[in-house]
Ligand binder design. Structure first.
Ligand SMILES: Nc1ncnc2c1ncn2[C@@H]1O[C@H](COP(=O)(O)OP(=O)(O)OP(=O)(O)O)[C@@H](O)[C@H]1O
Length: 359
């Protein structure tokens, strides 16, 4: 699978830009702020139906304009697939595949497997647990449409339960029977999600360890630990046991919406105890493991986006990446970098076909 061409209209800093790709490695080079990352983000947009960097869709429309359009042609299983993502101010975003709009964006997830490695990944370490849950969920959802549906249902029921708790508090009433209906539904969806996350982490950890060791070549011991209330008790029991707390908070305090993935180095949080270099290596290993996992499960080599990663890597690690490109591990690879000479030297050393766009 590969991206053959892409056109951007009013997408971030681009009024109009057209790119046609050949070769295995495509590089965007140029000065800071020229739009290299924005092109990668447009590609990301077509895979995930949203920006990697701007959660507010409207912020992706070029300042002063009314709409954006991203129009691209992918080749998948030797078939041409046209994907168009567009947004007009005040309207809903539209994603079309071969002229037909998706009713639900979630139906598209997984159609274009893609992994991005970017300096923004640092959020995975420094931000709250929601960022790490999203990381897990986005990987599982790429392979398992039912998982995403269950997750959406869980969130919907939880919002309803929270609204009910608020209603009870405001009106000084309580109805355990109605609450129990929500508890049972949350228990059903929650159990499914917990089992899927548990199975995923068990499979993901050895892949992550292998990549971490390969990149760092060191004896550093790193751990990924899945944390969930559901390891202690089933969700129905937890919801019943915590009812007084939830009534006071007007909020569901127990469940898989509180799960976390803790990142550790020598059994201590990497956020506090990892050096900058150790944190970077950890994140790159995590993303390469995501790539490997998706490839293994889907049988397709995901598109890989390297946003500005060479600045963060020493020579040994760059050499390791080059080795991976040469070993045919990767499919199509997009690179953004500020140093044209460095980029050219790296891609030349891979002995793969490449194209460099000077923005
Ligand atoms: N909605 C928008 N409208 C217009 N310009 C935007 C919009 N969103 C972002 N930009 C501009 O896009 C530019 C950033 O582009 P991008 O992050 O792609 O740069 P880059 O080439 O990757 O830079 P660097 O080398 O610094 O990472 C900034 O100048 C920013 O102001």
């Amino acid at each position: 699978m590969y991206l053959k061409k892409i056109s951007l209209f009013n997408y971030k800093n681009f009024s109009e830009a057209n790119f046609e790709f050949d070769g295995k490695i495509i590089c965007f080079v140029g000065k800071n702020g020229i739009g290299k990352t924005n092109v990668l983000d447009a590609i990301y947009h077509l895979s995930y139906g949203k920006s990697y960097f701007n959660p507010l869709a409207v912020q992706n429309i070029k300042h002063g304009e009314e709409f954006f359009v991203i129009d691209a042609e992918f080749i998948k299983n030797e078939r041409s697939e046209q994907l168009v993502c567009s947004l007009k101010k005040g309207q809903k975003k539209v994603l079309k595949r071969n002229g037909k709009a998706y009713d639900k964006f979630s139906d598209h997830i997984g159609f274009i497997p893609l992994v991005i490695i970017s300096p923004a990944d640092r959020d995975l370490i420094i931000e709250g647990s929601e960022t790490r849950r999203k990381f897990i969920d986005s990987i599982i959802s790429q392979l398992d449409a039912q998982y995403l549906q269950q997750l959406i249902q869980y969130q919907k029921v939880m919002s309803q339960r929270n609204a009910l708790l608020k209603y009870f508090a405001l009106n000084h009433v309580f109805d355990n029977d109605t609450l129990s209906i929500y508890n049972e539904q949350l228990d059903d969806f929650g159990k499914y999600i917990f089992e899927k996350r548990k199975a995923f982490i068990a499979e993901f950890i050895p892949i992550f360890n292998e990549h971490h060791h390969a990149i760092t070549g060191s004896q550093e011991s790193v751990q990924l630990v899945y944390e969930s209330h559901l390891f202690e008790k089933d969700l129905l029991t937890l919801l019943q046991e915590n009812i007084n707390k939830d009534r006071a908070l007007h909020y569901t305090s127990m469940g898989i919406h509180k799960d976390d993935l803790s990142f550790e180095i020598d059994n201590h949080p990497i956020k506090k105890f990892g050096s900058q270099g150790q944190q970077k290596s950890f994140l790159i290993a995590l993303k390469l493991a995501q790539f490997e996992f998706l490839k293994k499960q889907s049988g397709v080599k995901p598109i890989l986006l390297f946003d500005d990663i060479f600045d963060k890597l020493d020579e040994t690690r760059v050499a390791k990446i080059v080795e991976m490109v040469n070993s045919d591990t990767f499919g199509q690879l997009f690179i953004s970098d500020t140093h044209p000479e460095r980029t050219e030297a790296i891609v030349k050393s891979t002995l793969q076909s490449y194209k460099i766009f000077n923005l």
